[in-house]
Design a protein around this ligand. Structure first.
Ligand code: URA
Length: 230
């Protein structure tokens, strides 16, 4: 018989393990901004925390209701380089972090080819909750999450914004062009008070399906590597 006298946090965790139920993080915003570790200014940390809370308080959203975790971001909030993907998949939903599955492994390789890693860049998605069966987010869902991702860009204030794939491109550049025409060029864009140089490149999941396109992605990566940000 399990006693429910579980006021001590250690006992509480043991109790949850015992009943094999992750009640602690289930569909809760996990605050990944270890403010002190990342040494970001109080204001930026506060604005990010506010944004996490406002996304978490979205009402009547099926994506949120069906997700395990909110996926907010990974990486260094002080970075000059911000990357934006589409939406979390199953692994990301499970871990509460973007790009931790197979596409994430390729993204890490792409970053490392230009001497970058997750400590040197900041990563998020257009949508913060996993669409069921990894389907593409609908236009309506994108419209709903757009103010959050725009605010996210404004807070991070990157000099370089890398849009991974056509969902991020269509959402943030606002056109219906095909990605093959839009990739590989710099576009100056303003998000609130943030002026940034945007580059569109292929999504790593697309590159896994179409490895022949990796040579084009390499051109884009070199443009990012060689971009002067001062
Ligand atoms: N694909 C994305 O667009 N984002 C992730 O976080 C994972 C896969």
């Amino acid at each position: 018989m399990i006693k429910k006298n579980i006021s001590n946090p250690i006992k509480l965790v043991k109790y949850y393990k015992l009943i094999n139920h992750n009640l602690i993080y289930n569909n809760k915003a996990i605050n990944r901004y270890k403010r002190n570790n990342l040494e970001i200014s109080g204001n930026k940390a506060l604005e990010l925390e506010r944004l996490v809370k406002s996304i978490h308080s979205i009402k009547n959203c099926d994506l949120k209701n069906n997700a395990t975790n909110m996926v907010f971001s990974d990486g260094n909030p002080k970075s000059n380089i911000m990357l934006i993907g589409e939406a979390p998949g199953a692994n990301e939903d499970e871990e509460g972090l973007p790009f931790v599955g197979r596409a994430g492994a390729l993204l890490d390789k792409m970053l490392s080819s230009i001497n970058l890693d997750r400590k040197k860049v900041y990563i998020t998605n257009i949508i913060n909750f996993r669409p069921p069966n990894n389907r593409r987010p609908t236009d309506e869902e994108i419209k709903r999450y757009l103010p959050f991702v725009s605010r996210h860009i404004e807070i991070i204030n990157p000099k370089i914004l890398v849009l991974l794939g056509s969902t991020a491109m269509n959402a943030l550049i606002g056109n219906d062009e095909v990605i093959s025409k839009m990739r590989g060029k710099w576009i100056e864009k303003k998000f609130g008070n943030c002026r940034t140089s945007v580059i569109i490149t292929f999504h790593p999941a697309f590159l896994m399906r179409q490895p022949a396109q990796k040579k084009m992605a390499w051109i884009d990566l070199k443009m990012i590597r060689d971009k002067k940000t001062n």
